[in-house]
Every structure is written in C-alpha cells, then in structure tokens.
Design a protein around this ligand. Structure first.
Ligand SMILES: [Zn+2]
Length: 568
C-alpha cells in the first residue's frame, strides 16, 4: 500500500485508450491472444510500448491459478509449499532469460530466520516501590517476547517512563533528553504526539516513529534491556485482542544482526493504571505530559522482574531475485526494482476442515503481476538505460522479514537503486477506474505518477486512513527504510460498470470473510483485467524511472531522506 522525474516522456492518451480496449478484448476471449496494432508512442520508446502491450490478464491468471493451488500448501515460510513457489518463480525468471541475482549465481537469496515462542514458564512481575509485586497473567495482562534469540533471559531493572519513546531531530522532538537508559526497562506509549500540522509528524498521518517496531529498535539502540508498551485502543488503532492474537504462538525474526531487547512487551491499560497508581502517578496525566516537547523521562521507582523462557527454532527461506541488465554503459550499474511477496500462512494442521491458506489474492496476484511485468521487460526489443531488478520476497506475513533482509543485503548497493514498486493483494474484480499509490507523493517521481495515471485514465485515490499507517505495513517499507524511494501500486475502489459503494462492499466482504483465511482461494470467474492494468501502469512508471537522467529521490524533509543520504 503504501517520487519527481523532471523530464516526462509519456504514452499518449490515444495510444492508451487503444491499450485499455485491447485489454478488455483479451479478458473476454476464451483463449488469450496478443492485442493487435502496437501504435507508436511519442513518450515511451516504441519498443517499451510494444512490450507493455503484451501484458495480458490471462498470463496473470495462470500464475495465480498455480501459486494458489492446494498442492502449494499455502506457501508457508520455511515450508515445502513456500519453497515450491520460490522455485516456480525462479523457473519463470530463467525462462524469461533474466540474470540470477541471488546467492552464488542462483536466483535464490537465503534468508536466515528464527522462530521464537514464549513458553508458559515465563514470569513477568511489576514490583512497585511500595506494596506487593504484581504478577501479570500472560495474554490477559501482558504479552512479551525475548528478541535476543536466547532460550532464557532474566531482567530485574528499573522502569523509566519515556513518553512516546521518540527521538526525531527533524521535528525537534526528543523524549529521551540524553537520559542514560542503558540496562533500564522503558515504559512508553504507542503512536506519536497528536497533531493536525502536516509539518509536525505529518499531521494526522502516522509516521514510522509511531510504530511499535521503531520504539523497540530505538530502545535497543540506546542499550535498554526491555520495553513495556502501554496499550490504548485509540492510540494503537486496534484493540487489545489484536495485540493478544498476534503475540500468541511463534513469532519470526531475521537472525540477529544488531542489539536486541530481552523483553519486548505490551501491557493492558488497566495494568498500566495500577502500576502508575503504585508510584503515586496517574496514567492520564502521564499521557498528557508526553504531548509536550518539554517532557522529561520519569523513573517510576518500580522494577520489572521477568524470567523469559523461549523456544528458539532456526529455519530458512528464500527471496527470489533476478536482474535485467540496463542498456546504458554507466547507468546499468543503477536499477529500478519491482517487488511482491510470495509467502502466505501455509497449513494449520490443528484446524478442522479446509486448513490450507492458499493466499490467492494475498499475494499470488502480486506475484502474477511481478512475473508478467518481468516477462514484458524481457521481450522488449530495446532495454531501458538502468537495470531492472525483480524480487519476489518471503516472510512478509511474518513481519516484512524477506524484504527487510533484501534491503539490508541488496544485489546492488541501496544507494544505486532508484525506485522500488511493490504489488500486494491486487483484487481480481475487473477494470479499475482508480489507482492507489500512497507514498508516491513523497517522492520526486510523483509528477510522473500523476501524468501516467491521467494517461491511463485512472484517478489517484488518496489513502482513506493515513493515521492507520498502511505505508508501514507492506514490503516497499523495508526498502524505504534503507533510503530507496518506494511505494505500492494497487487499484482503488471504483471499477468499470459499478459505483464506489460496490467496490467498498467487495472490499469489506474480502476483509471480513477471506483476508488471511483459508477461503482466499482461486476461482475461475476471477477477472484479472485490473491486475493487468496496474501491471501496465507500473511497467510504464518503472521504465520512465529506469530511463530518466536522474535517480528518484525523497522530497526534502521526508523521514526517509536521511537514510537515502547515508547511502549516497
Ligand atoms: Zn497478508
């Protein structure tokens, strides 16, 4: 879900109308046939345009049909079905004549993973200065995991309240104020200081500083041993049940490459109230105090005594990475990247009935699009100036882990990757009249995105709930974190022949009945015209970025600008 080429050379409107008609013809026909009459574009080079015209919804269908088959066993990370899917994608890349860009001349990049389950032997007590210890009940009162990837860890440390736990120089905000928090446990709030000012933590929109993952990472960088997040439904934008469910059972991580917390935890708001009261404090006042720039950390005079016992399981999975070398002698050392995750949830043996999580829409569709875009580039009679990297990543459903590894270990230096375009969960509902490109407006590519959308007769649909932070919840974000201008391309809610209410109803039904459920399956009546349309749209954008004289960059002052500058 979730960039300004100054010299725009684009497909003409007339040409694109032809394209869209061509697509519709293909979708209605029983067998796919090549759209006819590749006209000459004054914008994209004619070779690019001819290649774009070969993008075919039925090709995307075939990939989805296979990848979502029961025989693929739900494409679980580190499971047989996931490995079969990776091998299928690698085989397609090979057939297209792309160069392997994984480990040791192969298409596969090994991603080392660790699964951690917090066991019932774990104990977690809050010990106030006065009064008895509060022994917390797992899942009801708290959830915790040990991120050091050790089977046992002990913590007995002072609890320091650090407000939002954010240090953001670009917004002149520092909750830590230089306080030494080494070996401390940090109590903090989720989200970020509320604001309507777009220049202050992007107003209503959530920035990465508001995500719990940032808070854990920053605390670990500062040498803290633990973090306790106070859950509050409005601040988190989801209820305690979500925290509880996503923390019961095994959690996966990349094999440790940096500092980590012995205790990464959440507590229920009621528990936070009791803890504060025992320190003669009031949670509501603490929350209010945190909204001020003048906030200073407060030592509660209480301790966390935790005995963490974890089951630690090492396993591995693979990203599938291919490259199409660029045509320009110098610029071929740079690249434009396309990504889509292939993993889903696998099989749940303990579940009665259909227990295969096929992940047809999430994200066989994105893989089908990625493969079809890759195939179209490979048949182009002339190649773009920069190289193109195609990466189908693993372990997205486990927390964007495959893409995180790819960002940390890219096939060429991150600073030389101009742009990442990601596809995740693209509805097979017919011909779209809208496109969603949340995050694109933060990059120098945006004017080109607007112009291309117009040529494709797609309205740009704004993010309906920027405060929910969707930008931070798909794979493009892992690449933004290492500075690469990145965003996802998807359809909006309006489809040809239907009003917006229909699109919203379809979306709601999918979310409620099929999203992350075994019923997210392939059906022959699925219509991949829209998947093909966003594939063509992304192909045109990627080609534009790959041929432009300058790399795509983040807009000035963007939260990822510093990461980009570090790699230049
Ligand atoms: Zn998913």
């Amino acid at each position: 879900m979730q960039a300004t080429l100054r010299n725009r050379r684009f497909v003409s409107a007339v040409v694109l109308v032809n394209t869209l008609i061509g697509t519709a013809v293909v979708a209605a026909a029983p067998a796919p046939k090549a759209p006819k009459s590749p006209p000459v574009s004054v914008h994209l080079p004619s070779a690019a345009f001819a290649a774009l015209e070969t993008i075919n919804p039925e090709h995307i269908r075939w990939h989805v049909r296979f990848l979502a088959h029961d025989l693929l066993e739900g494409r679980g990370t580190g499971q047989r079905g996931g490995d079969v899917a990776a091998e299928y994608i690698a085989t397609q890349f090979a057939e297209y004549g792309l160069k392997p860009a994984g480990d040791n001349g192969s298409f596969l990049q090994k991603v080392p993973l660790v699964g951690i389950t917090t066991t019932p032997e774990t104990t977690f007590s809050l010990v106030p200065q006065h009064g008895g210890a509060m022994d917390l009940k797992p899942l009801d009162d708290y959830v915790a995991s040990d991120q050091t990837q050790q089977p046992k860890s002990d913590v007995d440390a002072d609890i320091v309240y650090v407000g939002y736990g954010i240090e953001a120089p670009e917004y002149s905000w520092d909750d830590y104020k230089g306080t030494d928090v080494r070996s401390k446990v940090l109590l903090m709030l989720v989200n970020e200081p509320p604001s309507d000012d777009p220049k202050f933590f992007k107003g209503k929109a959530l920035t990465y500083y508001g995500r719990w993952t940032y808070k854990y990472e920053e605390a670990a960088r500062k040498g803290a041993v633990g973090v306790i997040l106070i859950h509050q439904t409005e601040m988190a934008s989801y209820p305690w049940e979500v925290v509880r469910n996503s923390n019961s059972g095994e959690k996966s991580y990349l094999k440790l490459e940096g500092p980590a917390l012995k205790v990464a935890s959440w507590i229920h708001l009621d528990v936070a109230r009791k803890l504060a009261a025992a320190s003669k404090l009031d949670v509501d006042k603490m929350m209010a105090d945190a909204r001020s720039r003048d906030f200073h950390p407060v030592n509660l005079g209480a301790k966390l005594r935790a005995h963490m016992v974890s089951k630690v399981r090492e396993f591995q999975s693979n990203n599938v990475v291919a490259m199409l070398p660029g045509a320009d002698r110098n610029l071929k050392n740079e690249a434009v990247m396309y990504t889509a995750h292939y993993d889903h949830f696998g099989i749940r043996p303990d579940m009665p009935g259909d227990n295969i999580f096929n992940g047809a829409q999430d994200n066989a569709t994105g893989c089908g699009i990625l493969l079809e875009v890759a195939r179209a580039y490979s048949v182009a009679a002339q190649k773009p100036r920069r190289s193109i990297i195609f990466a189908s990543v693993t372990a997205e459903e486990q927390g964007l882990l495959g893409s995180e590894y790819l960002g940390k270990h890219p096939p060429i230096p991150a600073g030389k990757i101009s742009l990442d375009l990601n596809y995740d969960d693209v509805k097979p509902l017919g011909s779209p009249e809208e496109v969603e490109v949340s995050g694109a407006e933060r990059t120098s590519l945006y004017p080109a995105v607007v112009a291309t959308a117009k040529e494709f007769r797609l309205a740009i649909r704004p993010d309906a709930r920027p405060e929910a932070g969707h930008f931070y919840r798909s794979d493009h974000f892992s690449l933004a974190r290492v500075g690469i201008p990145s965003f996802s391309i998807n359809e909006g809610m309006k489809f040809k022949g239907h009003d917006e209410a229909w699109g919203l109803a379809q979306d709601r039904e999918y979310t409620q009945k099929h999203y992350h459920q075994p019923s997210d399956e392939y059906h022959p009546e699925m219509d991949f015209t829209g998947d093909s349309a966003v594939a063509r749209f992304g192909f045109a954008l990627g080609w534009e970025a790959a041929n432009a004289s300058r790399r795509v960059e983040w807009e000035k002052g963007d939260e990822f600008e510093a990461a980009r500058l570090k790699t230049q």
